[in-house]
Design a protein around this ligand. Structure first.
Ligand SMILES: [Zn+2]
Length: 232
């Protein structure tokens, strides 16, 4: 009898467990243990200075392996819940960084900043249904307790995909891509911490920082879950 109860329970558990979005195997958590382990292998927090600006860049991990897959599945396979996991990872790493790194702690880590996600063009948002950077920023703020201004920036130009473009092409592609969003029609009194999923050449970060600077809004940092290169 006991054996049967056990068998039935584990059989039911199999159905109650939702599949891991990265490998489709049953998982008790949002990701299965194996994918979590592989994801954590990419964890390599890094700070750098964005060129031309005294803005701190910070990333949770190296773009590749399971992190690359997690980001792709989150964006292109309708799995927005992955953003929640990545945002929490970013938040925990940022808290640790602030405690161990003079640069990060000197720039700021107190309640006197507002977090702004890199926005998506409304047409793209309509197609995808969610902006992963906004979801990452939301979960980041839940852990850090920082204030979220989801509409600090807006994307006013539908840019081509950055993939495959050279650095100068990327910069050109992003010229005037951003505008001030409705959350900043009244200027914020505190600096901005930008959040995105990936940092590649820095073209997106630069364009967003430029837009905010032009409107006399201070930017203190650019945080990305994954980064592909060492400096901006
Ligand atoms: Zn998995």
């Amino acid at each position: 009898m006991q054996v049967w109860t056990k068998t039935i329970t584990s059989f039911l558990n199999l159905f109650l467990q939702s599949p891991c979005p990265l490998c489709q195997r049953p998982a008790c958590e949002q990701l299965c243990q194996d994918c979590t382990k592989k994801l954590l292998k990419q964890h390599a927090p890094r700070t750098w200075k964005l060129s031309e600006y005294s803005v701190l860049g910070f990333s949770w991990g190296t773009y590749g392996g399971m992190l690359k897959r997690a980001i792709a599945v989150m964006k292109y396979e309708n799995q927005p819940q992955i953003a929640d996991i990545l945002g929490k990872c970013l938040a925990q790493a940022w808290i640790a960084q602030k405690n161990s790194d003079r640069l990060a702690s000197s720039i700021t880590f107190h309640s006197q900043v507002v977090v702004v996600p890199i926005p998506m063009h409304p047409d793209k948002l309509k197609r995808r249904g969610y902006n992963q950077a906004a979801l990452i920023a939301k979960s980041f703020c839940e852990i850090t307790g920082l204030k979220l201004k989801q509409n600090g920036l807006e994307r006013i130009k539908a840019t081509e995909a950055q993939f495959g473009l050279s650095i100068s092409e990327r910069e050109k592609n992003l010229t005037a891509a951003f505008g001030i969003g409705r959350d900043f029609y009244r200027l914020p009194a505190v600096p901005v911490l930008l959040v995105d999923d990936i940092y590649t050449t820095g073209a997106t970060a630069t364009a967003a920082v430029q837009t905010l600077h032009q409107h006399h809004i201070k930017v203190c940092g650019f945080l990305a879950v994954a980064a592909t290169r060492k400096d901006g």
